[in-house]
Design a protein around this ligand. Structure first.
Ligand code: SF4
Length: 188
């Protein structure tokens, strides 16, 4: 795995890159290690997911790491206060790349019911998010489902020139989209 990290970005597109993509995706999705930290009530459900009744270990996911340097999955479990935001960002920065994030619950995803000056209105204001998990709190089964969906996403992740092409296409689609001030609907 160590040999593959970094090298795959330099491969030209074609059969070899596709094969490496599949191999890297398979290994990455099956070796996710979450960082150990929780912010609020959602963290209780996250802990329950790791305990005997729900047994996250069935998916090889039980290795919550105490050091962010050994983790590649951040589960933001709970509301993020403005005071905690720099800490969350620092932990994210210290994690090994490639890394992924799940915003667990309404608060982490959007601020939830805490529409006030003390709470960050969605953790995607400070770190990139791969999966938004709704609910207040989401049940352990929902967290496990989110992790399995993330596995799927990681397994299909593109690398090198293939990824650059996807980024360009997404950017072009965003630029071609109708500006939000012209949208009609609930806000009109
Ligand atoms: S989504 Fe609900 S359970 Fe989760 S942190 Fe917010 S208030 Fe607590």
């Amino acid at each position: 795995m160590g040999l593959i990290v970094g090298l795959e970005e330099k491969l030209p597109s074609g059969f070899l890159l596709t094969t490496v993509e599949k191999l890297a995706g398979y290994m990455r999705k099956n070796s996710l290690w979450p960082a150990t930290f929780g912010l609020a009530c959602c963290a209780i459900e996250m802990m329950a997911a790791g305990a005997g009744r729900y047994d996250l270990a069935r998916f090889g996911m039980e290795v919550f790491r105490a050091s962010p340097r050994q983790a590649d999955l951040m589960i933001v479990a709970g509301r993020v206060s403005n005071k905690m935001a720099p800490v969350v960002r620092q932990i994210y920065d210290q994690m090994a790349a490639p890394k992924w994030t799940i915003a667990m619950g309404a608060c982490a995803s959007s601020g939830g019911m805490f529409n006030n000056y003390a709470i960050v209105q969605g953790v995607d204001h400070i770190i990139p998010v791969d999966i938004y998990l709704p609910g207040c709190p989401p049940r352990p089964e929902m967290l496990m489902d989110a992790i399995l969906k993330l596995h799927e996403q990681i397994g299909n992740e593109k690398l090198g020139p293939n990824r650059e092409k996807i980024i360009k296409d997404v950017e072009a689609a965003a630029l071609a989209a109708k500006p939000t001030h012209q949208l009609k609907g609930l806000l009109a």
